[in-house]
Design a protein around this ligand. Sequence first.
Ligand code: MF3
Ligand code: CO
Length: 256
Amino acid sequence: MIRLKNADQIAKIRESCQMLSGLLEALSPLVQPGITTQDLDHFAEEYIVSRGGRPSFLGYEGYPASLCVSPNEVVIHGIPGKRKLLEGDVVGLDCGIDLGGHFSDAAITLPVGKISPEVDGLLTVTRECLARAIAAIKPGARVHDISRAVYGHAVSHGYGVVRQYCGHGVGLEIHEDPQIPNYVSPGPNPRLVPGMVIALEPMINLGTGDVRLLDDDWTVVTLDKKISAHYEHSVAIHADWTVEVLTSWTYPSTSR
Ligand code: MF3
Ligand code: CO
């Protein structure tokens, strides 16, 4: 069941999304060689709780942290721990906030120090995939139009597209219908309509799109251990068909 949101609900979801964008902006300068993934998680938890939010990932299906921290070959759902980030790594940061029952979800992949041109290209194209996903939202479009936009752009650059995980409705729960795959799946293909709030999240790999789950039952890694990138925005479709990126922030230059 797809839960459509009214303007008042979207306004409250926007507040949650703005807190989350602020968190990701505050995290990005901390991403430096030597910081541990759990340092980033602790910062995120304190940031959210001190502003009256609840980290929505913490305890979700038993997930043990507030932030997913996914370095290099980790696609998504990396559990924060003692691993130190190293010069030349990239790291995905994925977070969600429950602000009075209004849920946000967003992710960004950041370079740690200076990264190779090859990896910088993957990050750029993955951001372009997310931009194309957002641009595919228009009257008459369906979920598969988003999927096709992401998949076509990634494949045109020779990258692998992760199929086992997808975008989703968001706003009143952490995950809602519909599912929004990053490839044209055989599954449901609902029409996009005003009142939808959706999380779009391309997961794109330098090598194969195939992934496997580690023994911790959370960490998703690329099968060939090559680098993966992930960006995610929560997006609202307004009654007048304005498409609002609720979690927007200025992407830091990847060669920062
Ligand atoms: N961020 C994921 C998503 O975008 C959800 C993470 S679930 C958690 O859908 F348990 F890891 F938090
Ligand atoms: Co999501």
